[in-house]
Design a protein around this ligand. Structure first.
Ligand SMILES: NC(=O)c1ccc[n+]([C@@H]2O[C@H](COP(=O)([O-])OP(=O)(O)OC[C@H]3O[C@@H](n4cnc5c(N)ncnc54)[C@H](O)[C@@H]3O)[C@@H](O)[C@H]2O)c1
Length: 435
């Protein structure tokens, strides 16, 4: 396939050389004459293992050529230009917008459908709100009808980028039309990795979720390392054992957006670790920020309820997670107290806690620590449905979803437990906490 590829930095050079190796006819375009000349001489403009050999082979096979301005018609344009930080931290889209204008001018007179594939990292909404309007205005063409656009984020790491190109964790194509998605997907037919096709905005966001998580992992490991060192341990032994846990640590556990954590372990153990770090004059800002982030999530849930502007709230769930009657440090107790404090008329139903109120080991806790909440507890979900204008689904337990169908459609549903997807809840006025 004839491909025009814009931006011959790390991502562009690797993509261009690998696509050329697979037999595509690649024209690499860059504003930097030194890079263009080096590539045409068969040399890599960036120091990267295996890249020199690949570029040399591609130039010899006449599958790759670099240019500053001799652009030709092509079926696909790939954009790999830089998206650096501005001084205030915002994303600099200047290079991307320039290339968008250039591509739009190139396709203006063409009658062929053209596909544009963005590999540069851009914030969610950039392609739809910033790039498509430029292309439509300059080319006088319509997206999906005359041209297509995809977001195809790159996951390579400098130092192992050629290896990473062929062995990515997955390939993601964010698309608006199937035809363009299919064309970009055809570039990956040799690559043995899951291929995920989704919306453009989601593809843009996934890249930021990945990079933020990688950065978080590094800082977390460093902070655990610093504490371990200070206390005379080998941090590598600690983290190697930590990584052996593929069930809770290196897994998808806990990676579901939702309400705050609580219970008898996580808050207490975080506080103890923070105290020990302080005693040892160690700053651990990442771990230190976890409890305040958790409190913010409780405030966020409260603000969602507040903006509804209704007064009678039914809370379905009080314990810190479903399937337990444990109320110690339950963030739902905190939410309930906040609602009472602000004058809401609250009623609460929690199957497990109701049972505990009668016999469980938490009977004493309920009677002595939260008698003010205990008196608001109802014996059935139907009572909650009858009394509440807003129903807050806090814990998801078996059968709850079925029960919710009895709820009259004029009630507002606030979902902290992802019992519904927004699509499933379309008959209600519905809001999920983080979706
Ligand atoms: N470097 C990485 O490891 C990596 C990994 C994944 C994603 N990314 C993302 O990929 C994008 C590119 O990153 P990079 O490190 O390859 O950038 P880079 O800065 O190394 O290269 C960008 C290239 O674009 C060129 N350019 C600028 N304006 C141009 C124009 N109008 N026409 C043609 N070329 C133009 C520049 O001259 C430069 O050679 C960024 O959005 C980055 O965030 C980078």
């Amino acid at each position: 396939m004839r491909i025009n590829l814009y931006g011959l930095g790390y991502v562009g050079c690797v993509s261009a050389a690998c696509l050329a190796k697979e037999g595509h006819d690649v024209l690499g375009i860059d504003i930097d004459a030194i890079k263009v000349n080096l590539i045409n001489e068969g040399k890599s403009p960036v120091i990267e293992r295996d890249l020199n050999k690949l570029i040399q082979a591609a130039i010899q096979a006449k599958k790759l050529k670099a240019t500053i301005d001799e652009i030709r018609p092509a079926k696909l344009s790939i954009i790999c230009v830089g998206t650096p930080s501005n001084d205030n931290g915002s994303l600099n889209l200047l290079y991307l917008k320039n290339v968008a204008r250039q591509i739009a001018e190139n396709i203006r007179e063409s009658r062929e459908f053209h596909t544009i594939c963005v590999r540069s990292t851009v914030l969610p909404g950039t392609i739809e709100n910033e790039i498509i309007p430029i292309i439509e205005k300059v080319s006088r063409k319509k997206v999906k009808k005359d041209f297509g656009i995809c977001m195809n984020p790159e996951f390579l790491r400098e130092g192992s980028s050629v290896e990473d190109y062929y062995h990515p964790p997955f390939s993601i194509i964010g698309e608006m039309d199937k035809k363009s998605g299919n064309l970009v997907a055809s570039l990956y037919k040799h690559i043995k990795a899951p291929l995920i096709r989704t919306e453009i905005k989601i593809a843009e966001m996934v890249k930021y979720a990945c990079n933020s998580f990688h950065a978080l992992k590094i800082c977390f490991a460093n902070e655990i390392g610093n504490i371990s060192k200070k206390l005379g341990m080998d941090s590598y032994e600690v983290m190697n054992i930590f990584c052996e846990d593929k069930k809770l640590n290196i897994s998808n556990s806990y990676l579901r957006p939702g309400f705050a954590f609580g219970g008898s372990c996580l808050p207490k153990d975080l506080r103890a670790l923070l105290y020990q770090a302080k005693e040892n004059d160690l700053e651990i800002p990442v771990i230190n920020s976890i409890l305040s982030s958790n409190s913010k999530q409780i405030e966020y849930a409260f603000s969602i309820i507040k903006k509804i502007g209704k007064n009678r709230v039914g809370l379905l769930g009080l314990s810190f997670k479903p399937g337990t009657d444990d109320l110690r440090e339950s963030p739902l107790v905190e939410l309930a107290e906040k609602l009472i404090g602000k004058g809401y008329i609250l009623s609460i139903y929690d199957r497990e806690v109701s049972l505990a109120k009668i016999f469980g080991s938490n009977k004493k806790y309920i009677e002595s620590v939260i008698p003010h909440l205990s008196s608001l507890m109802k014996n059935s979900i139907d009572e909650i449905f009858k009394e509440s204008e807003i129903v807050v689904i806090a814990n998801n337990y078996p059968g709850l979803k079925r029960n919710i169908s009895k709820l009259s459609k004029d009630r507002v549903v606030i979902d902290l437990a992802r019992i519904f997807t927004p699509k499933e809840a379309k008959h209600y006025t519905y809001e999920g906490i983080s979706w």
